[in-house]
Design a protein around this ligand. Structure first.
Ligand code: SIN
Length: 279
């Protein structure tokens, strides 16, 4: 059975079928997947059945898997994190925590944020639990020329617990927080592989635009977020059991939805791969 590709959203996202990520993919197939990801920003590989180690190994063909302690890790493989309907804010108030429930790009509180995230639908609810994505190239391209000229060289301070955050973030131990100092990133980043410019926003992690006072900074960030989250830039992924969805954090934002029927389980395994400092 050969590789088949179909378009999912109008302006982003594609799905491929006809491959098993447990197998060693040949070079042309791997190159096709990377090309499809660069063109579509979000790539879904359907119909997988992957234990944590093979999942990690398959994702290592896209980059170097990284450890993240902010999420639970599988016992079989520390680089495979768990995102589950059972997640709780263990070190905080102990309440249920929906990881990634508001718009974000992964890891922007790090100096060199991960480039790609891979999420594997291990248990998918009967309805709901979709992941939404935003095309940040399109959001940037559509800005008026004078806005692009104004923001092109601006930089933004990002931190794990930004004072602007609207969504809940899990409490982390003091030592871990100390290892996550502020990071300063461009507001418009150039994708190192496609050469395209994208708005680089993370509503939950951005603290302030460098060089602007707080009021001016908040006004600009709020306006850019409101622009970027318009439905016309969005794609909504409805999960099928066995989907592996790969997205490019350098040109997208995403968010999880916890709107599935009460009592149903949603279990995802996640791998992220290393990125470079944004420029
Ligand atoms: C995430 O933000 O990485 C999780 C997305 C999801 O669970 O749909």
């Amino acid at each position: 059975m050969g590789l088949r590709q179909e378009q999912l959203g109008g302006h982003m996202a594609a799905a491929v079928t006809g491959l098993d990520l447990n197998d060693q993919l040949d070079e042309p197939t791997q190159a096709t997947l990377i090309e499809a990801l660069h063109t579509n920003l979000v790539l879904c590989i359907r119909g997988q059945s992957l234990a944590p180690v093979p999942f990690r190994n398959a994702m290592a063909r896209f980059g170097t898997p990284m450890l993240r302690k902010q999420l639970a890790q599988t016992t079989e493989c520390a680089e495979v994190n768990i995102i589950s309907s059972e997640d709780r804010d263990e070190l905080g108030d102990g309440r249920k925590l929906v990881n990634g429930a508001s718009w974000h790009t992964d890891d922007s509180f790090m100096r060199a944020p991960c480039s790609l995230t891979m999420l594997y639908g291990v248990v998918v609810p009967s309805s709901g639990g979709d992941t939404q994505f935003i095309n940040m190239y399109a959001a940037y391209d559509d800005l008026p020329a004078e806005t692009r000229a104004r923001i092109d060289k601006l930089k933004v301070v990002h931190k794990y617990e930004s004072s602007r955050r609207t969504g809940r973030v899990a409490k982390r131990p003091k030592a871990e927080m100390a290892a996550m100092p502020e990071a300063i990133h461009p507001l418009v980043r150039t994708h190192p592989e496609t050469g395209r410019k994208a708005l680089y926003l993370n509503p939950n992690r951005m603290e302030q635009v460098a060089g602007l006072d707080r009021v001016e900074s908040d006004k600009l960030l709020d306006a850019l977020i409101a622009h970027a989250i318009q439905p016309k830039y969005q794609y909504r992924h409805v999960w099928q059991q066995g989907d592996v969805v790969i997205w490019d954090n350098r040109c997208t934002m995403h968010k999880a939805n916890a709107d599935y029927p009460a009592g149903e389980r949603r279990l995802m395994h996640r791998v992220i791969v290393a990125g470079t400092e944004p420029f």
